[in-house]
Design a protein around this ligand. Structure first.
Ligand code: CTP
Ligand code: MG
Length: 248
């Protein structure tokens, strides 16, 4: 089997969530986002190695979570924690240095800690079958419009909506995103040279002119971003733990 490194960007502060500790250490039904991400990654069975990008001053806590996850899973997967960067892309870039020996790399946000293992399998299988870049996606549920600044001279800045976007052709992109490691390394090198804004790795690969293949994502792979996501995540985690015979 081709060796696979799973990078877990977990170095963000979680400013939109508004907690007094970095988001990766916020708990859902008693277990942190990082602990839950490690557990799912390990249970998916796709990872030969895992690299966690954690906030520098919380590396010791990340290492504690890693030790606990490894003890629970009784697995041989090697897991490393590294200090992340100033933004998500930089955190992935730093972690990628530890992935160069693997043929395949999956990048999975700790913020999507409830992603079911089958999504990992779908992404991994598609890369193993020859795709250079693969993302899990879901259809758009809301009507989406393009907003432009309004010409009107009021006190409050306003905007007007112009132009229909065909919702049936739009997708919400999730993680894990899977790549041939050589392709992702090339995309990040290109990004460093180009320095255009970017939010995810598949976007960087697309700029190389490489096809990014879509596979079905999962509604439970939601990104814990705002307090409302945390409420939903807490309930989901509680249900999962009850089904698995975990803490009630
Ligand atoms: N991330 C990272 N390094 C950063 C910023 C973000 O590794 N410098 C990670 C986060 O830990 C998260 C993922 O990238 O797992 C997606 O980012 P996001 O949901 O935006 O998390 P935060 O940046 O922590 O949240 P916010 O933007 O609200 O501060
Ligand atoms: Mg962020």
């Amino acid at each position: 089997m081709l060796s696979t490194c799973v990078i877990i960007p977990a170095a963000g502060s979680g400013s939109r969530l508004g907690c007094n500790e970095p988001k990766a250490f916020v708990r859902l039904h008693g277990r942190s986002l990082l602990a839950r991400s490690l557990e799912t990654t390990l249970s998916s069975g796709v990872a030969s190695t895992i690299v966690v990008a954690a906030p520098e001053e919380f590396l010791f806590r990340a290492r504690d979570e890693i030790a606990a996850a490894m003890a629970d899973a009784e697995c041989e997967t090697s897991i490393t924690a590294v200090a992340g960067g100033l933004d998500r892309i930089e955190s992935v870039q730093i972690a990628l240095k530890y992935a160069a020996d693997s043929e395949i790399v999956l990048v999975h946000d700790a913020a999507r800690c409830l992603t079911p293992p089958e999504v990992f399998s779908r992404v991994h299988t598609a890369v193993r079958s020859g795709a250079e870049a693969v993302v899990p996606v879901l259809p758009m549920i809301d009507t989406v419009r393009r907003a432009l600044p309004s010409e009107s001279a009021g006190a409050e800045p306003t905007e007007v909506l112009r132009g229909d976007l065909d919702r049936s052709r739009l997708r919400r992109v999730q993680t894990p995103q899977g790549f041939r490691t050589a392709t992702l390394l090339r995309a990040h090198a290109h990004h460093r040279a180009e320095a255009a804004p970017a939010t995810d790795d598949a976007g960087l690969v697309e700029r190389l002119g490489v096809d990014v293949v879509a596979v079905p994502g999962h509604e439970e792979a939601l990104k814990i971003t705002y307090p409302l996501d945390r409420i939903l995540g807490e309930q989901l985690a509680r249900m999962r733990d009850a089904n698995a015979g975990g803490p009630q």
